[in-house]
Ligand binder design. Sequence first.
Ligand SMILES: [Ca+2]
Ligand SMILES: [Ca+2]
Ligand SMILES: [Ca+2]
Ligand SMILES: [Ca+2]
Length: 623
Amino acid sequence: MASILRGKFSDRFLAKQLIKLFFDSYLSLYNIDSPFCSINSSFYLILRSTTFLKISFNECLLRFVRSFVDSHFDVTKRVANKEFNQMIFAYRNTTFKYSIFIILITGLNNYFISCESSNSAPSGNYTKADLEEGKSLAQKYCQSCHLFPEASLADKHSWETGILPNMGPRLGIFSFNGKNYPSSRFDPNIGKSFYPDGPVLNQDEWSKIIAYYSQAAPDSLSDTASRERDSISIFQVESPKNRYRNPVSTYVHIDTTVSPARILVADGQLKFVYSYNNKLQLMDSFKAGGTIVDIIPEKNKMVLCNIGVINPNDGRSGNIEEIPTSKTGFPVSYDPKHSKPEVQPSHLFDSLRRPVQIQSVDLNADGENDYLICEFGNLLGALSWLQNNGDGTFTRHVIRYVPGAIHAVVKDYNHDGLPDIWVLFAQGDEGIVLFTNLGNGTFEERQILRFPAIYGSTYFELDDFNGDGYPDILYSCGDNADYSRILKPYHGVYIFLNDGKQHFTQSYFYPIHGCYKAMARDFDGDGDLDIAAISFFADYSFDPEEGFVYLENKGNLNFKAITVPETKTGRWLTMDVGDVNGDGKPDILLGNFSVGPTIIKTNFDWKNGPPFLLLKNTGKKKN
Ligand SMILES: [Ca+2]
Ligand SMILES: [Ca+2]
Ligand SMILES: [Ca+2]
Ligand SMILES: [Ca+2]
């Protein structure tokens, strides 16, 4: 498309292009079977903005379309921003100006139909033999993709209205009892080949699986775990003076590669990266090319991991960017006085599926550092690496072609000099997989731990808890944004001890609803590993302090749980640990992602909360 459209094309033509663009992006995420709930709330926001901003309804609608298309479809791949503006301008002048409104209404209508259709509880009576058959069918078919899902892991309502209707299409069942199931068949990024050609089991068999879960699942999950906690801690809470509304901190980091240390924060909505000094004063910032979720500060440059579209999707809108840095270790800022050109990030590698982590490591031992990438994706994704060709170009290789790679730890566990990779996969078949490096970019795969698909794995670390020299696993689970948004008693922090041969046994569990990350350090300086944990789906109504929990090691895998009441001011998606003020004691940094799913009730105004909190360690120094 030409860069200057107006004058060349009629307003009617441009308006049609805009409608088409919107419709495509709408379909790509909100396929005809199941528009997501978020469109409902976005639409509600437009209606509210009409009164609030005192602008016309159509104007609000256009602003919505702009942000919607922008965030869900990556406009830059299809049309330049300028062209997009011209389309919007043209759209305003045509008789089509209510078309998008009509598409939205149709979508909402579909949304309500799909909510109704999601309840797939079969009618009729099932004998004991039918229910037994349902269970063995579930063992056969559900287990073909992941661990057998025990009925007790979710309540009856979640099985009937959330989990099973979403799993049906994986088995080629797109409708049941005359109702449609949600699927991504119409998403051009997925394609029909993702699903089986036809049903792998018949409707009668499927109905028995549903009947089994309906009968075997509890009405609600029982939770009798003690969550008693102390509130006297070694941490002193500090927050920056610099505030902005709706902080969306997608990355926080205590960067000790510079001295004194600094704090790096990326805001996923504003698409800015900020640098604070260790007194929490804002020192510098730059505009990134997208939503940054990981950063590698390298010599003379920063390498940035841009997730692309943050909400679940299968588009290839993520990329790895790099931006040159000055002596300060930060990109040269735009200086209007001296008309210094603004430094823009350039793309090192494009078309990645929601990359969430990037690491620099020489995987093939050729002397050039490569990049290891967790491409989380959604239905599709991969653990991949970018081989450094030594001439500024990279070649992508896939190590494991499955979605859900959320965190990788590089550790040469067998001491052969080749870096091995430990990876947590958190989508569908959840678990930790060890990739032993065989050299020349080849890996041998071994499953270390496997978790039920409903756990919502979030993070892991390798830490030696019992001091026997073998790395143990600290693991957290608590992602609750999928098909069963209930509080789960099995969410929290786990420790698995290593027998020395990479066999791991669960040896500790502390329950935290919606736990998102747990990191172990000797915070109190007494020689053993303590744990800092955050939650993004805490029980905010009744236990808001579980958003941050500190577990102080009392020996023999006994921990004392402690909360820090000031941490209720934000909703923590990200956390980092590092010595921010150079006193030798690890401090904790929490990032506020204030615009998460809104179904959660809270008395705290996270949107006016700080972009981050620093929990300064006032404990004793390790000897
Ligand atoms: Ca290499
Ligand atoms: Ca090795
Ligand atoms: Ca150990
Ligand atoms: Ca300790």
